[in-house]
Design a protein around this ligand. Structure first.
Ligand code: AKB
Length: 318
């Protein structure tokens, strides 16, 4: 695939932080757009623009000047934080997403890649949950993500923008959690190593789909690069593993001797987890563009532990 110009919104977040060096290594020219200042982790080749996606002028200025081939729209307020600040979640996830599609239309961006989520689903669905089911989420985050999916399809039909995206499971990496309800898994690794203990806000039986970040980024790039004629839909479920919280805790205990992991369920957060799928059916992604995950719980845990150690040894995270 020839090098491209890619604009990444939410570039300083959990996904963007890990994606930037991978895009640079591919030879892509990257503009990172984020409210936050440029972090030390940002590769020098990346141009970093501080901007607010809820202001159309700021989005338009960046898109008009940079002229990206593709926008990877990662910026969002996640589920746990979003329930505390629903108005802000609406502004960022709805107005911000609208501004991205409008800028793509105005300045002829070829492709907008959308990061949807398991939070787009609501309770009561048959497991594993396929992509073509009724979307009845119960969180502000989830409902804005469903609307974003529909908005993208509208812009594709009406204005010819190539719109595609994935529904991510909870994502785990050696990073700073982004305010999601799935963050208990990441905290087990990060706080388990940094503090030697962590009390998860869910029950041991809590079960949702998870994915290791390298798989999530590879899925994003593979779907973004896939020939359009192979795609039978715009938004795809992708899956890798569905461990219970107790199984994740066991994987951490097996690798961090003496770590103390306990469960102190928070009613509101557990209710969000209960409303999401236990497992996803991603057979369409596998059939259409060859999606295949690499990491299961053990593979991820083995790979992650040294990365978490390196992260917490960095002075700013210690
Ligand atoms: C969240 O927990 O809100 C996110 C998600 C599952 O989309 N990580």
């Amino acid at each position: 695939m020839a090098a491209m110009k890619i604009l990444l919104t939410g570039a300083g977040g959990q996904i963007g932080t890990d994606m930037l060096p991978i895009l640079v290594a591919r030879g892509d020219e990257v503009l990172a757009f984020d409210l936050a200042p440029r972090p030390d982790t940002c590769p020098p080749e990346v141009e970093w623009v501080r901007g607010d996606i809820t202001y159309a002028e700021e989005v338009n200025t960046a898109v008009e000047r940079f002229q990206p081939d593709r926008i990877f729209h990662l910026a969002a307020i996640l589920s746990a934080v979003g329930e505390g600040v629903p108005h802000r979640a609406w502004r960022v996830n709805m107005d911000g997403t609208y501004n991205i599609f409008e800028a793509a239309r105005l300045f002829d961006v070829e492709q907008v890649f959308y990061t949807s989520t398991i939070a787009a689903f609501g309770p009561g669905l048959d497991q594993p949950v396929g992509d073509q089911v009724s979307l009845r989420p119960t969180t502000m985050y989830g409902l804005t993500k469903v609307a974003g999916e529909l908005l993208g399809e509208y812009y594709e039909q009406k204005f010819g923008i190539d719109f595609r995206g994935v529904r991510f499971p909870g994502l785990i990496n050696a990073g700073i959690p982004g305010g999601g309800t799935s963050d208990y898994a990441l905290f087990m690794f990060v706080d388990g190593m940094r503090e030697g203990r962590y009390a998860a806000f869910c029950t041991p039986e809590a079960m949702i789909p998870f994915m290791y970040m390298p798989d999530a980024i590879r899925a994003t790039l593979e779907l973004s690069d896939a020939p359009k004629e192979k795609l039978t839909q715009s938004i795809y479920n992708i899956a890798a593993m569905s461990p219970t919280a107790a199984e994740i805790a066991d994987a951490v205990r097996a690798r961090i001797p003496g770590v103390e992991l306990t469960f102190e369920p928070n009613e509101a957060l557990q209710a969000i987890l209960d409303s999401w799928p236990d497992a996803l059916d991603d057979s369409r992604a596998r059939a259409d563009w060859g999606w295949n995950h690499e990491f299961d719980l053990d593979g991820m845990s083995d790979d992650l532990i040294p990365k978490v150690r390196a992260l917490i040894d960095e002075p700013q995270h210690a």
